[in-house]
Ligand binder design. Sequence first.
Ligand code: NAG
Ligand code: NAG
Ligand code: NAG
Ligand code: NAG
Ligand code: NAG
Ligand code: NAG
Length: 296
Amino acid sequence: MAAACPLTLSTLFCLVPILMCLVDPTLGYKPVILVHGLFDSSANFVHLVEYINNTHPGTNISVIDLFDHKASLQPLWKQVMGFSEAIYPIMQNAGSDGVHLLCYSQGGLICRGLLETIPDHNVDTFISLSSPLMGQYGDTDYLRYLFPTYMKANLYRFCYTQIGQTWSICNFWNDPHHHDMYINSSDFLAPLNSERPEPNTTDWKKNFLRLRKMVLIGGPNDGVITPWESSHFGFYDENETVVEMQEQQVYQEDTFGLRTLDKRGAITVYSVPDVMHTMWHSNETVYKQCIEKWLT
Ligand SMILES: *[C@@H]1O[C@H](CO)[C@@H](O)[C@H](O)[C@H]1NC(C)=O
Ligand SMILES: *[C@@H]1O[C@H](CO)[C@@H](O)[C@H](O)[C@H]1NC(C)=O
Ligand SMILES: *[C@@H]1O[C@H](CO)[C@@H](O)[C@H](O)[C@H]1NC(C)=O
Ligand SMILES: *[C@@H]1O[C@H](CO)[C@@H](O)[C@H](O)[C@H]1NC(C)=O
Ligand SMILES: *[C@@H]1O[C@H](CO)[C@@H](O)[C@H](O)[C@H]1NC(C)=O
Ligand SMILES: *[C@@H]1O[C@H](CO)[C@@H](O)[C@H](O)[C@H]1NC(C)=O
């Protein structure tokens, strides 16, 4: 064969990628780690796993099966520690190639916790799928089920207590009319945002900025995340007017690295209409338009 087809240096170079593909057909697709949301479990990702498998065959997908259903109400730092233990070995296996982290709803906050607290993480792209990244302030079905006697305007009385902070949803309850109380009492979101000084703020920011790319997906018909712009790091001011990411204090003061990441051109934002909260991971159009191209 070699005699019939003399190899020049350039054809050799052309062949290398083809040969590498023959050796390992999955070469090039980084492992993908999926983290679920409130009252969910790994089962909610069956469609998403199928979509990824169809477009990127051979991708090693890890759906982390922890804190399922009611256990998802446990305090978020506890969940961050649990997910960290499960995910760290996957990161180590991936080595310098790194991994992609795709996190849905409350899971997006858990993933922010991972990104800030794992000093040698190798997350290439963090995809946040309709997550309350700047917190939640709204009456949703979840709230009515969990706290039937509280309206959103009164929930701070419960959430901003020590007992309240043992519930995940209170960990990211962000009442714009009681901002000082939020700053003083939030055990999770306020320190995560470095809105309250923490001894580890500098390290957390450095860890977060190991990220190469952040993709924020959300939309106006979500129906659960309130305001829905929280999925894009926007949030209410004291008058319940939505202030976008770039105007947020945490962005302008770059408290945890958001501004640095944005200035690097590392943030992509998708606003997708007509997707209900429970459909984000099961909508193939969303996958095709906002997720597929990042999972390389
Ligand atoms: C991925 O697709 C292959 C066929 O292309 C199939 O054999 C395999 O079971 C699929 N895996 C998952 C997790 O869906
Ligand atoms: C997929 O990733 C897991 C976790 O890193 C690893 O244990 C497993 O061996 C991998 N599977 C394949 C087929 O590479
Ligand atoms: C905070 O920093 C201290 C000292 O460096 C370290 O021991 C501790 O694990 C850190 N905590 C977190 C949650 O990162
Ligand atoms: C927040 O904490 C500071 C310092 O401990 C205190 O002076 C302030 O009154 C607290 N504010 C609220 C609303 O609890
Ligand atoms: C909220 O509304 C009040 C009354 O209209 C106004 O004085 C205040 O400046 C507004 N706050 C913000 C942050 O826009
Ligand atoms: C899927 O998402 C598209 C927007 O990209 C939307 O128009 C469509 O209604 C959604 N379908 C479902 C079943 O949610």
